[in-house]
Write a new protein. Structure first.
Lengths: 209, 209
């Protein structure tokens, strides 16, 4: 248990705040960071994280929707639940799916100034397990969730192709800061990249169609 | 001067090996790593690196062709001179340029097992200057060199778009190892990604063409 979680657990109960309050939420985030780091994404359980935080497992669903949601908030520090993200991206015409993905990606990460993206990449390059966790999250969960709605062939290959373009965009815009892409306005980048994403999502990606 | 460079400089001259021998080459690589790290790519000079290595500046051209060549070998640890790479990529039809870039990228980095690419990304995520150096090298030198031959509009924007796809491919294939892209054979990946690269190189990348 982190010192923060200890501190929270030691606080006297306040009327109407525990067990569903912000303290529980913070304790779950602290516990999740520890458990995901120790066990990896696949092996970590909602029950184990809740036990570490000293709260009921139902609190995870109450505050984060799912293990994926807790991971997104605690480890990726995303400001939204991933299922909400998938729902927002899927909503709309299939032929503008690539456009919505690129726009959402830029809107979310631009708001962070890219620091979180750089931290994410650093953790992947230095820890074998972080790479596995990210693969589980981005390819198996996020892009596979989006690709389920397209009915395209080779959804896993397409998901990893989508990831290659989005991770590269993040690297160039937020980490390496290659100009003019790093400073270009969102719609200019959407116009440039969305058709390529759309091809990965619904186009022909093999030589023989 | 590194202890290695000192050691080399302290060695007695051997007939037929100095000043053009492998010792000089190794001393230049060691000196280049120091000078590029201290001064950045733009400020580093061939003369300064040669001075640090205790050899004549002409040796840089003799062994590496240019400052870019020395950077590629000493810092990026590429097994070829970058100008040779550009020449090889440019050779051929304009409409298969994207295909040649993706195939060459995969052929070169697959041979390394990706370790060097991960080291490159780590240095970019941890050092501000490494990012600048890489931007100079990849965008201003490498992709701009290739784009000069296409006659396309917005060459700098296109160069950074190309970089986003290639850096992302490297991240997903060699660092994060997202499957199935990480293990797919080269021609499968070429078929999937080359048309997207081709669009960045010669296609319409703005909404109004």
């Amino acid at each position: 248990m982190t010192s923060k979680a200890n501190q929270i657990a030691a606080e006297p109960k306040r009327r109407g705040r525990r067990p569903g309050g912000q303290d529980t939420r913070a304790a779950l985030i602290a516990a999740a960071r520890e458990v995901f780091a120790e066990s990896g994404y696949q092996s970590a359980t909602v029950r184990g994280i809740a036990r570490r935080a000293g709260v009921d497992a139902a609190m995870v669903n109450h505050w984060f929707g799912s293990k994926e949601g807790l991971f997104a908030e605690a480890v990726l520090e995303l400001p939204f639940a991933p299922q909400t993200l998938i729902d927002e991206i899927i909503e709309g015409d299939l032929e503008t799916l690539g456009e919505r993905i690129v726009r959402k990606f830029l809107t979310v990460w631009d708001a962070f100034g890219g620091g979180t993206f750089a931290a994410l990449v650093r953790s992947v390059t230095s820890h074998e397990q972080a790479a596995e966790v990210l693969q589980d999250f981005f390819v198996k969960y996020l892009f596979s969730g989006v690709l389920k709605t397209t009915g395209s062939d080779n959804p896993k290959f397409r998901a990893s192709l989508c990831a290659s373009q989005m991770v590269g965009l993040g690297m160039v815009r937020y980490v390496a800061r290659f100009e003019p892409l790093a400073s270009a306005d969102i719609e200019t980048v959407v116009d440039a990249i969305a058709p390529n994403m759309q091809r990965y999502l619904t186009g022909t990606i093999t030589r023989n169609g």
